[in-house]
Design a protein around this ligand. Structure first.
Ligand code: SF4
Length: 283
């Protein structure tokens, strides 16, 4: 793999475009964030394009080609570290939040986690963001979770409070919300970690007051979870738009759901924000 382009955002987020040498596959995208609260985070891709077609995501309009291998995932991290020598010594995290649904490629994802953990003692934590596809059940049931105690963190991309809406706007092959939460509750104990329930606000679609009440009921089913309410990053050609009721919705949610945090993506001006990965038209 080699770097074909690096762009830096006004907030110093770096977006990397890689080409797999000798392959006719399009490209791979990765970013490096430096957040005041969490330090350095390398956000990697796990698929070329994405096997899902979430309505709000740039990957929806691109061609899903294949899963990345563990070495191709590991190489994204190695090349970012090589380009940012401070990451040889400073602590960093890796997050599986670039293009691709990590649990649809969980063998390579977990192999790559093991490989980078062995190679970099300054890797502090790994985060996996997932919509919880049906195929993720095999992962939830078969991984030896105690190996990742105090090391692995999950984020559940919920975004809609009804299973039917999730099937329509994210993917038809998803676990039911209740089922996904039952798995994540169990994992939070095995991993000794809280997990996040992500909810991006879309204008007129999931930002009504009644949705806060639905979210309250869902959060009552969780154990050790935090609700993360996020702004939508604008994507060219996307039918969904960021909510105009973000502040009002967030305030109401915070008033009835104690464990709530508000999130705004970094790096949006270089397409490194949430849902901005794998837009083929920009390469
Ligand atoms: S949000 Fe994630 S799972 Fe959905 S299409 Fe984008 S990359 Fe794939």
């Amino acid at each position: 793999m080699k770097i074909i382009e690096v762009v830096t955002s006004s907030d110093h987020t770096k977006k990397y475009y890689f080409k797999i040498v000798g392959s006719s596959d399009a490209h791979v995208e990765t970013c490096l964030l430096h957040l005041a609260r969490y330090g350095y985070i390398i956000c990697v891709s796990s698929q070329i394009g994405c096997s899902q077609k979430c309505e709000f995501c740039a990957a929806k309009n691109s061609k899903y080609t294949r899963n990345l291998s563990s070495s191709e995932i590991r190489e994204q991290i190695e090349l970012v570290i090589e380009d940012n020598k401070q990451l040889l010594t400073d602590e960093f995290q890796v997050t599986y939040m670039g293009s691709g649904e990590p649990l649809s490629n969980y063998n390579s994802v977990f192999d790559s986690i093991d490989e980078i953990r062995a190679a970099f003692s300054n890797l502090r934590k790994v985060n996996i963001s997932t919509t919880c596809p049906d195929s993720g059940k095999y992962c939830f049931e078969n991984i030896d979770w105690k190996r990742y105690y105090n090391f692995l963190h999950f984020q559940y991309s919920l975004h809609f409070t009804q299973d039917t809406e999730r099937c329509r706007y994210l993917s038809p092959q998803l676990m039911k919300i209740s089922e996904a939460i039952a798995y994540l509750n169990r994992l939070s104990v095995l991993l000794n970690d809280t997990y996040k329930v992500n909810y991006i606000l879309f204008d007129g679609l999931n930002d009504g007051r009644e949705k806060v009440e639905d979210l309250y009921k869902i959060m009552c089913m969780t154990k050790n979870a935090i609700l993360k309410i996020s702004t939508m990053c604008e994507i060219k050609g996307c039918n969904l738009v960021p909510s105009k009721s973000f502040e009002r919705f967030s305030e109401y949610a915070k008033s009835i759901i104690v464990e709530t945090e508000i999130f705004k993506s970094d790096g949006t001006d270089v397409n490194a924000g949430c849902g901005q990965f794998y837009n083929e038209s920009i390469i």
